[in-house]
Design a protein around this ligand. Sequence first.
Ligand SMILES: CC(C)(COP(=O)(O)OP(=O)(O)OC[C@H]1O[C@@H](n2cnc3c(N)ncnc32)[C@H](O)[C@@H]1OP(=O)(O)O)[C@@H](O)C(=O)NCCC(=O)NCCS
Length: 224
Amino acid sequence: MNITKASKKHFKSAARLHAASITTGFLSTLPLPFLATLYKSIARCKGSTVLVALDENNNVCGFVAGAVSVGSMYKKVFLRSAIPLIWYILPHLLSITTVRKLIETAWYGFAKKKSKNEQADNTNSGPSLVTSHSSPSSELLSIAVDSSQRGKGTGKKLITELELFFRQNGVSSYKVVTFSKDNISNTFYARCGFTLHKQFLHHGNLMNEYLKKIDVLVAEGDRC
Ligand SMILES: CC(C)(COP(=O)(O)OP(=O)(O)OC[C@H]1O[C@@H](n2cnc3c(N)ncnc32)[C@H](O)[C@@H]1OP(=O)(O)O)[C@@H](O)C(=O)NCCC(=O)NCCS
């Protein structure tokens, strides 16, 4: 199994894997061309990446997407791909619920940094229930492994490679958000070294935000 940066030929497979595997999220309700364009755009923006795991036949059997700054990634994706993205979901825009969820999803990326009071609240041990989002701005956006390939360490390897990308981009900690009732994801992230930081409501669902600290890679010239 080989992990590599996603290229043109991988985005449709990544979109299919997303739709088949991440069934609880809002994005998987949108058409495959929308998802494929979204991942293509994320992969092409500086500061974000899509990595794919390829099996022995070079088929995509897993992927992970991450961004150094989610807010800046959303802006770049919108500027780069607004027309195709809107085109693919035109019929969906007749639904008020879909429009509301799209706005909430986009707004998530631009949400303000947490206030000083909120930071103080989060100094207690254990997660706290808050209604706004907070730093770090770096995030694992999505990860999936084909159902036939799970339990073989592919997910963990994708996380390791994403962390290499983050470290090369000066990221010292990043987050990931899960549905609090999604036991498999919650166990997976705990086994990959994340700690539960806080819980909040999104689209009416209770969400877990996990954090993980990583070491920034120091360039040779920067060493003392
Ligand atoms: C979550 C997911 C990516 C894990 O991929 P994977 O390749 O099966 O995971 P790995 O084999 O690398 O397992 C890594 C660790 O998580 C644990 N783990 C993975 N799946 C688990 C499960 N179903 N139950 C309990 N533990 C599990 C493993 O035991 C392993 O722990 P260890 O290294 O201490 O032994 C995969 O199950 C998946 O694609 N799920 C559907 C999509 C999804 O929910 N994505 C996350 C939300 S975006």
